[in-house]
Design a protein around this ligand. Structure first.
Ligand code: ADP
Ligand code: MG
Length: 728
């Protein structure tokens, strides 16, 4: 019992479910620690309240006197709740959230002390930005970036700190975070979608994008997780033989939530309630110790903030319950990984979900317009959408033997496929009165009935229509949703903008009626977007061949996928939609490529270390035991020696074979790393890390995992899969 593994296992046995008190109704707790509309109505003067509301709804600037008033009320509200510090809370491109706490406390010239927080502190802060990734925009030594208040996401209290959601930009104006381009993309889709809505309803003044994410994660006992250097340093297991029992029986998915996990969830949900994160569902997932949590959908910017905040809180609450949360997309080989489905839709300020079929033929034509335009947008930008979810960790999910595949496609179900087929047959130009009636009654008019029976669900499609929203399923569990949401909203905005131009042209130049023009443009879109529609199963090998024929991209690795982020078309797209300048687009690309390199570099070092310093010495130790045994047998037996020691001798040899396999491959991996590190060009370097370094992981792992099966369990130093996955 000398190894850390056994100490950890012993400690894990002492971890029992923690008592969690829920002493108030959730509806009473909800938003208690948020300076939301209700709190603002109570605490702000009418002018200040109107100022903030105008900023939220109409993007109006908030002037200094109003900001001063808001700050002062926000401070009083926070102090009444025991808060001592404030921070600008933002999402730099590291993927985590960042904050720099300042106390409200100040001393006056007379030596007295007061609590102070003015408009200028609310509106702007200058964190030491030098250590956040900027992709060459900002020279590190300049460290000139600042955070600026985002009034569309309410301030909240976490612990004893008032957190103010902010954007993070360089002094030269370029975005250094996820939020800034997202806000611009949301503006772009608002403008483009509102224009298109006006064909159907003149009263629409604003279109918002909604997001409902579903966060999957694993819970592993903290002592056990800490006993594994790979989990501690990389968030996943780099080796480990699969457990005899995994997810074959589906007993975790269909079983009740384990008690310890449930008390973690209850405490987490209480925290979420206080912070106004509307979490609603919790359940077991397919793999052992895997779970999911999902809120009610919200406006996309707020939903992104809430997901980032949630990921942070999850880690802290888990620790109190002696768990470590694994957000990694593939923490364990051989069982399911984790994703974060992004449910997305657009809705008007008149309360209409543009991706839900309506009650009249006209509202259904509006639905079809947004539905078909979204499909077209995905078709045109499939490679960019794939790039939006690319990361070293998500590579394990996409295109591995797990859905969804690295090929982007759209699933719409049998019924809507039929509707699109009908629309494809619409006459070119003006429509006869009979055709119009036919379309209204039997095509467009039939949609609501049709969707009610649309129960066919394809769980493996990366982008699926699910009745009143699209579900982007390829997003990874560690991702900041800001990235995919920026891309999705931008491509849809661009598509809607183009659509408007085409429809107007038919109305103005060809004298078509509005609905005739819409039908005409949609018909052409349906024809030209066919290749992206796929109703089959993503696991299917034949789909890869088919997708290739259709000219769809199939970028299995991050370095390949990311290239779509800096094509001429992408740069032009982001510029045209005012989402990112060319400099910002290129900087982000660089940051992501570099993050990929770092990621693989760290994993490679950790794997090399564990293989050489944990696995090989243990194998040698066990081999020595066998050698002693064989020597003993030789002493006792004479003639029968060969027979009785046969298996031991085989084992000794087998172990030597695996040790050699490990050492040779680790040596090779180090060589490859050195070569890669010497490269100046980051694309070459990433490529080399991907195809020359990372490609050796599997072989090293193979030999380690074989040794795990051979070596005496008492000697094995690394906590095993069965312990990590089945300790509850
Ligand atoms: P599942 O996909 O597991 O069947 P649901 O369809 O009930 O689950 O919803 C999953 C997520 O989709 C939830 O976060 C929910 O709030 C969100 N959602 C539901 N309707 C919309 C919508 N119109 N726009 C965006 N998200 C939505
Ligand atoms: Mg779902």
């Amino acid at each position: 019992m000398s190894t850390l593994r056994f100490h950890a296992v012993k400690e894990s046995l002492t971890h029992s479910p923690k008592e969690v008190w829920e002493n108030d109704r959730r509806s009473n707790l909800f938003g208690k620690n948020v300076f939301n509309e209700q709190a603002m109505r109570q605490h702000l003067t009418k002018d200040a309240f109107d100022g903030v509301m105008n900023a939220i709804w109409h993007g109006k600037k908030i002037d200094r006197t109003i900001a001063d008033q808001v700050a002062s009320s926000m401070k009083d509200w926070a102090l009444s709740k025991g808060v001592t510090h404030y921070t600008h809370w933002f999402q730099p491109l590291t993927g985590a959230t960042a904050e720099k706490h300042d106390a409200f406390f100040e001393t006056t010239s007379s030596g007295a002390s007061i609590e102070k927080f003015g408009g200028s502190q609310l509106v702007q802060q200058e964190p030491d930005a030098s250590s956040f990734p900027s992709g060459g925009i900002r020279n590190t030594f300049e460290a000139r970036g600042y955070t600026a208040w985002d009034p569309t996401s309410p301030a909240f209290i976490y612990g004893t700190t008032l957190c103010i959601p902010t954007i993070f930009v360089a002094y030269t104006g370029e975005a250094l975070d996820y939020k800034t381009p997202l806000l611009r993309a949301l503006q772009a889709v608002d403008a483009a979608a509102t224009d298109v809505c006006k064909y159907f309803d003149k009263n629409v003044r604003k279109v918002s994008s909604s997001l409902g994410w579903e966060q999957e994660y694993f819970l592993v006992d903290k002592a056990l997780a800490l006993s594994r250097p790979d989990i501690t340093l990389t968030g996943r297991t780099l080796l480990g033989h699969s457990s005899a029992k995994g997810q074959q029986l589906d007993d975790h998915y269909f079983g009740s939530i384990p008690t310890r996990a449930l008390s973690f969830m209850r405490e987490l949900e209480t925290e979420c309630m206080l912070l106004g994160i509307p979490v609603k569902t919790r359940h077991n997932e397919v793999a052992p110790n895997q779970f999911e949590l999902a809120p009610i959908f919200e406006e996309a910017n707020l939903a992104v903030d809430h997901n980032s905040l949630l990921m942070d809180i999850m880690g802290r609450v888990a620790s109190k319950h002696n768990f470590k949360v694994l957000m990694h997309e593939k923490p364990f080989a051989g069982i399911n990984g984790s994703g974060k489905h992004n449910n997305w839709s657009l809705s008007t300020d008149t309360g209409v979900n543009l991706l839900a079929p309506g009650k009249t033929p006209m509202s259904n034509l509006q639905f079809l317009t947004f539905f078909v335009n979204t499909i077209k947008a995905v078709n045109e930008h499939e490679a960019l959408l794939r790039a939006a979810i690319a990361s070293a960790s998500n590579d394990h999910r996409l295109g591995a033997n797990e859905a969804p595949p690295a090929i982007m496609s759209v699933f719409i179900g049998e019924q809507l496929t039929k509707v699109l087929e009908e629309l494809e047959g619409v006459t070119k130009g003006k429509l006869s009165p009979e055709e119009k009636t036919e379309l209204k009654l039997n095509v467009v008019g039939k949609i609501p009935d049709v969707l009610l029976d649309n129960t066919d669900r394809n769980r493996t499609s990366p982008f699926a229509f699910t009745g009143n929203k699209f579900e982007f399923r390829a997003v990874g569990s560690t991702a900041n949703c800001g990235n995919p949401m920026t891309v999705l909203n931008t491509i849809v905005a661009k598509q809607l903008k183009d659509f408007k131009v085409e429809v107007d042209k038919l109305i103005d130049n060809k004298g078509l009626k509005k609905d005739e023009a819409v039908f005409n443009v949609l018909r052409e879109y349906i024809k030209s977007s066919k290749r992206i529609l796929f109703e089959g199963n993503g696991y299917d090998q034949s789909w890869e061949k088919e997708a290739e024929k259709r000219g769809l991209s199939n970028n299995k690795t991050t370095p390949e996928a990311l290239k779509s982020k800096i094509t001429k078309e992408t740069i032009a797209l982001f510029e045209e939609m005012n989402v990112m300048s060319a400099i910002e687009t290129k900087a982000r690309y660089e940051i992501e490529v570099e993050a990929y390199i770092m990621h693989i570099q760290i994993e490679s070092r950790v794997l090399g270390d564990i293989a050489r310093n944990h696995v090989v010495p243990t194998a040698v130790k066990y081999q020595n035991v066998l050698i002693e045994n064989v020597k003993g047998l030789k002493e006792i037996f004479d003639k029968k020696f060969n027979e009785v020691s046969k298996e031991q001798l085989n084992l000794i040899e087998e172990i030597s074979g695996h040790i050699e396999g490990i050492n040779a491959n680790v040596t090779k991996m180090i060589e490859e790393r050195k070569k890669a590190n010497a490269m100046q060009d980051i694309e070459d370097k990433a490529h080399s890390y991907c195809f020359n370094v990372r490609s050796l992981f599997d072989q090293i792992r193979y030999h380690c995992d074989k040794l795990e099966l051979l070596v005496d369990d008492e000697l094995w130093p690394l906590t095993k899969y069965r312990e990590l996955l089945f300790t509850r």
